[in-house]
Design a protein. Structure first.
Length: 347
């Protein structure tokens, strides 16, 4: 019987050239070569020397561009970098094809270790929220604070609107979906994504929409686009089923870093009802709920998220001044936990 899996992506050395990635005013891109992965990193020159570093990690199907609205609002507060996870944005697929949550977390850790930027203020959205939760639990030495925007943590009752995205994890669905939607334009695809991810799609500017269409056209030319989507979705679904010390909620409880949680009341992918559970799970947490926001509050309400982060920094500084000590118990042995053997690759 022929395989229903998406074809393996070609090696990065033989990938075709596609249109250049958009770079906003004040941003710059660089390529970082690490063992087994090549990452594209988006950054902004710090407003002054000595600012603490920050790293931003995007969600499923996203890229470092998802943070371009928030980063300039924090120019005088942190030294910002946002990476494209392997297989997303302008980063080629990982050499080992590992798109699991642990695989993505290892990519983040490898970058931080190689750059020597830790500890950082670590941000994550959706899939990226699950990834950085695992990083913060396994490597507390790398994390100053944690900011999670609609983190993809396990839900018992998944929202109906999130089911189609989860179906991408099933073998054979991606080739079928690709055939059924082959006549869709990039503009049609972006309208669908915008309707799913934004609380009010009407708030998206014409320029922002045009830029998203341009990026969608670029990604659809990449031979590994659907493979990265399918395997990362499968990795996320697999992480939802893992129990014990490798479970994401268990790891959330091990996070030592002061944590800011941001949830949108109109989020169609991560349930708004999960906000209170997350606030209880993370031991040192603050909760920001935005009733009109969807799944990407840092793009929809960047000023509000930036203000909440500044308040987190002020709270953290106050705690340091009063001599508050972190709670012991998390690992600091320099590794990211492996999942059980059948959960490691998501593929």
């Amino acid at each position: 019987m022929p395989s229903t899996e998406p074809p393996s992506a070609p090696p990065a050395t033989v990938l075709p050239k596609v249109a250049a990635v958009r770079v906003a005013d004040g941003e710059r891109l660089r390529t970082v070569h690490l063992p087994g992965i090549t990452l594209t990193v988006r950054s902004r020159p710090p407003a002054r020397e000595g600012l603490p570093p920050a790293l931003y990690v995007h969600g499923l199907g996203g890229s470092s561009q998802n943070w371009s609205a928030l980063m300039p609002l924090l120019d005088g507060v942190v030294d910002s970098e946002a990476l494209d996870l392997p297989g997303f944005g302008d980063s080629p697929p990982p050499d080992d094809g590992d798109y699991s949550i642990t695989g993505h977390a290892r990519a983040v850790v490898r970058h931080l270790d190689a750059a020597g930027r830790g500890p950082v203020h670590l941000f994550g959205n959706s899939l990226g929220g699950a990834v950085v939760t695992r990083v913060a639990a396994a490597r507390p030495d790398l994390v100053r604070t944690l900011t999670l925007v609609s983190p993809a943590l396990p839900e018992i009752r998944v929202q109906r609107s999130a089911v189609p995205t989860g179906l991408l994890a099933l073998p054979g669905v991606v080739p079928l979906f690709s055939r059924l939607t082959r006549d869709w334009t990039a503009e049609q695809r972006v309208r669908g994504v915008t309707a799913l991810c934004h609380g009010d799609p009407g708030r998206v500017s014409e320029e922002g929409f045009r830029n998203a269409v341009e990026e969608m056209e670029r990604r659809l030319r990449l031979p590994y686009f659907w493979d990265a989507m399918a395997r990362s979705t499968r990795g996320l679904v697999n992480a939802y089923t893992v129990g014990g010390q490798h479970g994401l909620w268990r790891q959330a409880a091990r996070v030592l870093a002061p944590t800011l949680l941001v949830y949108g009341g109109r989020d169609q992918l991560v349930g708004y009802r999960m906000a209170q559970r997350a606030a209880r799970a993370f031991r040192d947490s603050r909760l920001l709920t935005l009733p009109d926001a969807g799944h990407v509050a840092m793009m929809e309400y960047p000023e509000t998220v930036a203000t909440a982060f500044r308040e987190l920094l002020a709270d953290t500084a106050d705690a340091a001044d009063t001599g508050k000590q972190p709670v012991a118990g998390a690992r600091a042995d320099g590794v990211v936990d492996s999942e059980p053997a059948n959960q490691t690759t998501g593929g």
